[in-house]
Design a binder for this molecule. Structure first.
Ligand SMILES: CSCC[C@H](NC=O)C(=O)O
Ligand SMILES: [Zn+2]
Ligand SMILES: [Zn+2]
Length: 421
């Protein structure tokens, strides 16, 4: 058994590479991952779907190359930090007396990328030989939508030739003892609504001003938001099962050297909303709500989507991964986690977005999972940290998952028919 401090120190090295958007040090991260891969004798490939944004693809070849392969995905970029609000340097990877490792990316999701590699290190040391090929992808730009990373990768011929059967990607930390798993995610609809109206003197009361028109919409949005939030508060729905709406910006007024002109009612006003739609929701009814209540032309309003991810995949099905017996990978993962001593909660819909959607869009099953139990959810927050014991435990969880996945042989049904994966 290797000294755990060397395992933790490799995690710290990865965390110390500043890959924060909007100018991630991708080359440094790529060099680090490639050096890890070399020490593990994995096959390596560097793909560049966009200049300066390397995607590192590693392969542990299986003994039966005809079987669908396993893809373990992680993103190399992290979100920016407000450095002065951190108690430790966000790229210092400081290990405190409690064993907590502080760094941006410690939860989201450099932990997972390194845990995959460490799990393979352990499996190799134990003499394990995979039947199916195991691929690891380290992708850029997830935090800004993945368009130059996972999206192009999932669309590529390189990807098709990998013959992937199952994708594992990120999940969320769990404040209790149960790990969380995700079978789907909400679709981002980034909505901008714009009102126009009569300009005029700030002292006059009259109808159809841009501000009034916009405020009526905002009131309607807020009522809807409250109705959805109430379902969560009452325990009737999980966070990922309702539509969330949050205002991202408000833009109106006539600028002046000292701020805004105060006695002029502007002729235009705009608001932006981050809307998240569960794949199980009815998109038409939400679209109707937008055209009839949030941005009705009758109130001089228009709207535009800055981003609108479809709730359907390339085959017209809701973008979600089956958690029943039709998907053997799900039960395999659950069993593997339990065998390694982990407990699992009920599968959930991821409230935000991950790269997993690009793989699900191709019709592939993808499971979101980041093995962090008893851990506060600190992704995108100040003082993001992960405890070293939790990190080390997670490696053993992946040892168990990779072993189960890489040796999985589809069982022959009693009728004698073979299930297509
Ligand atoms: C829609 S692309 C943005 C992706 C981002 N992912 C993680 O936070 C998110 O806001 O969910
Ligand atoms: Zn992430
Ligand atoms: Zn993130």
């Amino acid at each position: 058994e290797e000294d755990p401090s060397s395992v933790v120190s490799r995690f710290q090295q990865y965390l110390q590479i500043n890959t924060a958007q909007p100018s991630p040090h991708y080359t440094q991260a790529a060099d680090f991952i490639l050096s890890q891969a070399q020490s593990l004798s994995l096959e390596t490939q560097t793909l560049e779907f966009a200049q300066g944004k390397p995607l590192i693809l590693l392969k542990w070849p299986g003994s039966n190359p005809d079987l669908p392969s396993i893809l373990l995905n992680s993103h190399t970029d992290v979100v920016p930090v407000e450095q002065e609000k951190w108690s430790h340097h966000p790229f210092g990877a400081h290990l405190d007396r409690l064993g907590n490792i502080y760094a941006r990316g410690s939860q989201d999701m450099k932990c997972v990328g390194m845990q995959y590699l460490e799990a393979i290190r352990k499996l190799k040391a134990s003499g394990f030989k995979p039947l199916r090929s195991v691929y690891l992808s380290f992708v850029p730009d997830e935090e800004i939508g993945g368009h130059d990373g996972a999206e192009k990768f999932a669309d590529s011929d390189v990807f098709k030739n990998l013959n992937v059967g199952i994708v594992v990607d990120e999940g969320l930390a769990s404040p209790n003892e149960n790990y969380r798993t995700f079978y789907a995610e909400r679709c981002p609809w980034w909505l901008v609504i714009k009102a126009t109206g009569q300009p005029g003197h700030g002292a006059k009361l009259y109808d159809n001003t841009a501000m009034e028109n916009l405020l009526k919409s905002i009131e309607s949005v807020r009522r809807f938001r409250a109705s959805q939030f109430d379902l969560v508060k009452a325990g009737l729905k999980a966070e990922g099962e309702v539509v969330s709406v949050n205002m991202a910006f408000l833009k109106a007024g006539t600028p002046s050297p000292t701020g805004f002109v105060m006695n002029l009612q502007p002729s235009e006003a705009e608001a932006g909303f981050d809307v998240r739609v569960p794949p199980t929701a009815d998109p038409e009814s939400l679209e109707r709500r937008i055209t009839e209540e949030w941005a009705p032309a009758s109130r001089n309003m228009t709207f535009q989507f800055k981003q609108k991810v479809s709730v359907h995949d390339n085959f017209g099905k809701p973008v979600l991964t089956a958690t029943d017996s039709s998907n053997p990978w799900w039960a395999l993962l659950e069993e593997a986690v339990r065998k390694a001593g982990g407990k699992l909660g009920r599968p959930e819909i991821f409230p935000a977005s991950t790269d997993a959607r690009y793989f699900r869009q191709q019709g592939l099953p993808a499971i979101g999972f980041s093995p962090m139990a008893n851990t506060p959810i600190l992704l995108h927050d100040h003082n993001e940290f992960l405890n070293q014991d939790e990190y080390l435990k997670g490696i053993d969880i992946y040892v168990s998952i990779i072993k189960a996945y890489a040796s999985y042989v589809e069982h022959t049904r009693e009728e004698g028919s073979r299930d297509e994966l």
